[in-house]
Design a protein around this ligand. Structure first.
Ligand SMILES: [Zn+2]
Length: 168
């Protein structure tokens, strides 16, 4: 990895992890996904050493707010993490991630990192503008969705029946 790419990866990591922390202040009430203590870190379900491909490292469902204890000492407290993960995302996301992790992927180029940095800078700013305590669906993502397996559509489908009632 060139030093140029390494710098971009570092920058994206900083922005992406902050996005996760701010998002889960809302989605998890600031608590660790594994043990419910105060969450302070962006913890990977599939760790960056297990799954070094960028689409897993920067995957919104693979990364959730955790406490330092669970993240660093309990190997992500994986049992509790997997139960909470399915609960949080509303369908069998553990299985989905298990499939996604098998996908081969070329290393990201400078362009891909730059696109993602732009995307998450925007998403983070949007998230910070929402009133505190509002729990809603993720901000809609265009370029981000392809990098995360394109599952944004699936989330919208889950929400739809509620809208359907209004029209009935
Ligand atoms: Zn914890």
């Amino acid at each position: 990895m060139s030093s140029d790419i390494r710098k971009l990866k570092k920058k994206l990591t900083k922005i992406f992890n902050e996005f996760i922390r701010v998002r889960d202040q809302k989605l998890q009430g600031g608590k660790c996904i594994s043990c419910n203590n105060l969450g302070t870190q962006a913890g990977h379900y599939y760790s960056t050493s297990q799954c070094p491909q960028p689409s897993m490292i920067f995957n919104e469902k693979n990364v959730n707010l955790q406490c330092a204890h669970c993240n660093c000492w309990l190997h992500g407290s994986i049992q509790d993490y997997s139960v909470a993960l399915n609960k949080k995302w509303g369908y069998n996301v553990v299985e989905e991630l298990a499939v996604q992790r098998t996908f081969k992927q070329n290393p990201w180029t400078r362009f891909e990192y730059e696109v993602m940095i732009k995307e998450y800078t925007k998403k983070l700013a949007e998230l910070k503008m929402q009133p505190a305590g509002v729990v809603n669906e993720m901000p809609k993502s265009k370029s981000g969705s392809s990098a995360h397996g394109g599952r944004v559509v699936e989330r919208q489908r889950i929400v739809r029946p509620r809208n359907g009632k209004k029209n009935a």
